[in-house]
Design a protein around this ligand. Structure first.
Ligand code: NAD
Length: 436
C-alpha cells in the first residue's frame, strides 16, 4: 500500500501546504547613500515576490491542482452540471456521487446513470494512488454522460453552488481517504477527508432545500479488535485498530448528530474488502497481481499466533447492488434549509459476502488465473492497523432491501484479472470494455 505513495510529497496538513516564509533580516546601517537604500528595498521586494508566488508541489492526497474558482463556475460549467443531472422520466432521483473517480464511486455512478437517474460526480483526484486510473474512470463516466466536478468536499462554497444549481434528492458519499496502513504515514489526510470533508458535506446537505437523503460508505474496519463473528451491526465498534477505522467510526457519530439535529436521512454502509475491475491499486489482490506478473516476491501475512489472515472479499457488483438498494429504500430527509421538521431515518448496514477467505487462498486463486507461481514469503502481521479477519452478518441488509451477494472469490477475481490484463496491456481503456 505504502509503495503507491511518494513520502516526500506527503503533507503534514493536507491542502494547507504553504511555501516557507522568507526571513527578513535586513538592517539599514547608516550612513548609506539613498541609492543603496533604494536598491536594498527593491531587492527585498523582489525576494518577497519570488517567495510569495512560489508554488509548492501539490500534496500527495489532496490535489487541488487548480486555484479555487479556476476549475469550476461559469455558464459552460453550469450547463455541464445541469446536463449530467438530467434524469429519465421514469426516475425520481438526482444523485450527487462523491468520490466518483474512485473505485466504488465510478461503478455506482455508472449503475445509477444506466437506470436513468440524474448523476453528478465530484472528486479531488488526489494522488494517493495512480491518478491516471482515476482519469481513465472519469473518461468512462463522461462517455456515459456523467460530469465529474474536480473539487474537494472541503470546499463548502463549491458544494453550496452545486446545491443551488441542482435539487439533489440523494447524496451517495463515497469520497474518503481509504486504506489502513497509509494512516501511519499521513494521518492528516484521514482527518481532512473523512472528518472535516464529511462535516462540510453534511453542512451543505443540511442547509439545502430540499435536503437530500444521504447514503455513505463507512467500513467493516469499525469492528476493530472484535473477535465475535460474524460481525453484526449491533456489535461494539469502540475498539478501532487503525486511524482509518477511527475516522469511519467518528463519521458514524457525526452522521448521527446531523440526523438528530437537522432531520437528515442518513444510511451508513459498512463495506467489507470490495474488489473487482477498476479496483484500487493499494489493495492486496491488486498489487499481488501486479507483483506476481512481474516475478516480484509478495509478502503474505499470517496472524501472530500462526493462524491465517482472512477477509470477507465482496465483489464490486454485489456492493453496487447494495448501494442502490440502500438508496432506493432511503426515506426523505425531514428538515429544510437547516431546520428540522421531524425525526428522520438513520440506518447502518453491513455489505459483505459472508464467506471469509484466507489470504493464502486468494494468492492460490491468483496463481491459477495468472498461470504463474508466486514467490511468497510469509511473515507475522505487523501492527499497522490491519485486523486478523473480517466476516459480515448481512441479514439486516437482506431484510431491508434484499441484499444477496452472488459472486464467489474465484469468479470475481477472474473478472478482475481479465480487466487488469486488458487495461494494462493496452495502456488505456478500450472502447466498450466488457468489464462494465
Ligand atoms: N474498497 C473497499 O474495500 C472499501 C472497504 C470499506 C470501506 N470503503 C469505503 O468506500 C468508499 C470508496 O472507496 P474506494 O475503494 O472506491 O476508494 P477510492 O480511493 O478508490 O475512492 C475514493 C475517491 O474519493 C476521492 N477523494 C478523497 N478525498 C476527497 C476529498 N476530500 N474531496 C473529493 N474527493 C475525494 C479520491 O480521489 C478517490 O477517487 C470510501 O469511503 C472507503 O473508505 C471501501
Amino acid at each position: 500500500m505504502a509503495q503507491q505513495v511518494n513520502n516526500e510529497t506527503t503533507p503534514s496538513t493536507p491542502g494547507k501546504l504553504k511555501p516557507d516564509k522568507p526571513h527578513h533580516r535586513f538592517r539599514i546601517h547608516p550612513p548609506h547613500s539613498r541609492y543603496t537604500f533604494i536598491c536594498i528595498l527593491l531587492s527585498a521586494f523582489l525576494v518577497f515576490l519570488l517567495f510569495s508566488t512560489f508554488n509548492p508541489p501539490p500534496p500527495s492526497t489532496t490535489a487541488p491542482r487548480r486555484v479555487l474558482g479556476d476549475s469550476w463556475g461559469g455558464s459552460h460549467w453550469e450547463r455541464l452540471v445541469s446536463k449530467s443531472t438530467r434524469r429519465n422520466s421514469a426516475s425520481n432521483k438526482i444523485v450527487l456521487v462523491t468520490g466518483s473517480a474512485g473505485f466504488v464511486g465510478s461503478h455506482v455512478a455508472l449503475a445509477l446513470k444506466r437506470r436513468g437517474d440524474g448523476v453528478l460526480g465530484i472528486d479531488n483526484f488526489n494522488r494517493y494512488y495512480d491518478v491516471n486510473l482515476k482519469h481513465a474512470r472519469q473518461k468512462l463516466l463522461e462517455r456515459a454522460g456523467i460530469f465529474v466536478v474536480e473539487g474537494d468536499i472541503n470546499d463548502g462554497t463549491l458544494l453550496k453552488k452545486l446545491f443551488d444549481v441542482v435539487p439533489f434528492t440523494h447524496v451517495m458519499h463515497l469520497a474518503a481517504q481509504a486504506g489502513v496502513r497509509y494512516a501511519m504515514q499521513n494521518p492528516n489526510s484521514y482527518v481532512h477527508s473523512n472528518l472535516a470533508g464529511f462535516t462540510v458535506l453534511l453542512e451543505a446537505c443540511k442547509s439545502a432545500n430540499p435536503q437530500p437523503a444521504i447514503v455513505w460508505a463507512s467500513s467493516s474496519s469499525v469492528y476493530g479488535l472484535n473477535s465475535k463473528v460474524p460481525f453484526s451491526e449491533k456489535d461494539r465498534t469502540d475498539q478501532p485498530a487503525s486511524l482509518y477505522a477511527a475516522t469511519k467510526k467518528a463519521g458514524e457519530g457525526i452522521a448521527h448528530t446531523y440526523n438528530h439535529i437537522y432531520g437528515l436521512s442518513i444510511t451508513a454502509l459498512r463495506f467489507f474488502t470490495v474488489y473487482g475491475p477498476w479496483g484500487r491499486p493499494d489493495m492486496a489482490y491488486f498489487f499481488f497481481t501486479k507483483d506476481i506478473l512481474k516475478g516480484k516476491q509478495i509478502t503474505v501475512f499470517e496472524s501472530p499466533d500462526g493462524g491465517s489472515v482472512a477477509r470477507d472479499f465482496t465483489y464490486i457488483d454485489d456492493v453496487v447492488k447494495g448501494c442502490l438498494g440502500a438508496l432506493d429504500t432511503a426515506k426523505k430527509s425531514t428538515g429544510s434549509g437547516g431546520k428540522k421538521k421531524g425525526s428522520a431515518q438513520f440506518r447502518v448496514f453491513n455489505l459483505g459476502n459472508t464467506s471469509p477467505v484466507p489470504v493464502s487462498k486468494l494468492v492460490a486463486i491468483l496463481e491459477k488465473l495468472l498461470k504463474v507461481n508466486a514467490k511468497k514469503r510469509v511473515l507475522p502481521m505487523p501492527r499497522n492497523g490491519d485486523v486478523k479477519f473480517t466476516h459480515a452478518n448481512i441479514s439486516l441488509a437482506q431484510r431491508e432491501f434484499g441484499y444477496k451477494p452472488t459472486i464467489d472469490l474465484e469468479t470475481g477475481l477472474r473478472k478482475f484479472v481479465k480487466w487488469y490484463l486488458e487495461f494494462y496491456s493496452s495502456g488505456s481503456i478500450k472502447k466498450g470494455s466488457s468489464s462494465w
